[in-house]
Write a protein that binds this ligand. Structure first.
Ligand code: XLS
Ligand code: NI
Ligand code: NI
Length: 437
């Protein structure tokens, strides 16, 4: 197996915060305890195969720029194996414990489904060996149901039954290989499960088909004993004009409507939240309230640019807000922080893969420490508790339990002549928060 895709880079060292070393973790210490748990267990970092190994950094106006001397650009089995080896070298040197992939990232689509499945099995056997040799683990697997032209009008929501059938077969196989690799989860991201114009779309039928499709997957997983967690990943658009899984609220509503809430949690991606007009902490809080926070696709967008730019999350203010929500939810069980992020087109050297992931990992380690400090400080939490204290009264509990009528409230209101509303103190709270980062 090749060991030398990054010959000048050793395992990334842990350096002092003040160190000027180009490559080094200034904050991430896998074994350091935060709130009694090692950082590596809080953060559960994953690298994604599609951006790390398969994204040439092309944009709509220009050719790929990424330098990948280990990759001959072919679809040969040898090339697929070599890429996988380079990826595991990267995971080891960058101290990343988990990874994620789409079926078609790791093995090519051939002329027939049977041939594609056959080659996928060959590559998966190679991944199995690489996992065994390295101790790296699969956070989640997924199927690419958006790149091939057959999926032009959707996969599970295609108007053509033949396309739905093919998508079902592809997902069956992807769940099987995820199971074989010990994957802890499986993601559904509905890239083309939506529409470009309502003029040609039967929305009711398409949503019902998507619900049915997810049930088929849940039933199949049960039949083969796959115990991993299913996730749905909200995104409002790109590549479609509207996706049915547009944001957390839409996903929760969809899962409830089709009786899927007990089977799927959510995989929240920062840049998808902002595309939907929300902050990522809003999406995480909405998941937490529903007990559906599963995993996180860690990236960032550019605030003033309405695209899914999938940048690396290097800003500790962003990561602190994410970690505050995650800690409040009790942390990950099967989920993790998957860097669904790509380098900028200008960052085309192999070493930039390291810079990007190290920056993201350090930002999250710093965010974790800051979030724990905010919680230990306690001022923000006690402010919020105090703000709702009137609801801890006998009346409050009775309203919350549903044992008070509107007529009773009217009787009370008639004797009330003051409404002691208090300042929300937003600026004071922001000061407390940003002080800890
Ligand atoms: C695309 C999505 C995709 C999913 C996996 O925007 O983020 O990469 O995470 O299919
Ligand atoms: Ni994603
Ligand atoms: Ni994305």
């Amino acid at each position: 197996m090749s060991q030398d895709a990054f010959p000048s880079i050793e395992s990334i060292p842990f350096v002092e915060r003040t160190s000027k070393a180009a490559l080094g973790f200034r904050h991430y210490r896998p074994d350091e305890l935060v709130e009694g748990k090692p950082m590596r267990e809080h953060l559960r970092f994953a690298a994604c195969y599609w951006h790390t190994m398969r994204n040439g950094l092309a944009d709509p106006f220009g050719a790929p720029t990424a330098r990948t001397p280990w990759d001959d650009g072919s679809d040969s089995i040898d090339n697929c194996k070599r890429r996988a080896e380079v990826f595991f070298e990267f995971l080891r040197k960058c101290r990343i414990d988990f990874y994620c992939f789409h079926d078609r990232d790791i093995a090519p689509e051939r002329a027939t489904l049977a041939e594609s499945n056959r080659d996928l099995d060959v590559i998966v056997a190679h991944f199995e060996a690489l996992q065994r040799a390295s101790g790296k683990r699969l956070l989640w697997g997924t199927a690419c149901l958006f790149a091939h032209p057959r999926y032009v009008s959707g996969a599970a929501t295609s108007p053509r039954i033949e396309v739905f059938t093919h998508a079902a077969a592809q997902v069956k196989k992807a769940i099987e290989v995820t199971h074989r690799l010990g994957g802890e989860g499986y993601v559904f991201w509905g890239g083309r499960e939506g529409y470009t114009t309502l003029l040609n779309t039967n929305m009711k039928r398409e949503r019902e088909h998507l619900g049915r499709f997810l049930h088929l997957a849940v039933d199949f997983a049960k039949s083969i004993g796959f115990k991993g967690q299913f996730y749905i990943e909200p995104k409002p658009r790109e590549p479609s004009v509207h996706q049915y899984d547009s944001d957390t609220a839409a996903c929760l509503d969809f899962l409830r409507e089709f009786g899927l809430l007990e089977h799927l949690k959510l995989n929240i991606e920062t840049n998808h939240a902002t595309l939907a007009g929300h902050s990522v902490e809003h999406e995480l809080a909405a998941c937490r309230a529903a007990g559906a926070l599963g995993s996180i696709d860690a990236n960032a967008g550019t605030d003033h640019c309405g695209w899914d730019t999938d940048e690396f999350p290097t800003d500790p203010r962003l990561t602190t807000k994410i970690m505050l929500e995650l800690l409040a939810a009790g942390g990950f069980t099967t989920g993790g922080l998957n860097f669904d992020a790509k380098r900028r087109r200008e960052s085309f050297e192999p070493v930039d893969l390291f810079h990007a992931h190290i920056a993201g990992m350090d930002a999250f380690a710093r965010g974790l420490k800051a979030a724990a400090a905010v919680r230990a400080d306690g001022r923000i939490a006690s402010f919020v508790k105090e703000r709702y204290a009137s609801w801890d009264s006998e009346l409050g509990r009775s309203i919350e339990r549903g044992t008070t009528t509107m007529a009773q409230l009217e009787q009370l209101a008639l004797t009330q002549h003051a409404w002691p509303v208090e300042s929300g103190r937003q600026e004071m709270l922001e000061h407390i928060l940003y002080e800890q980062i």
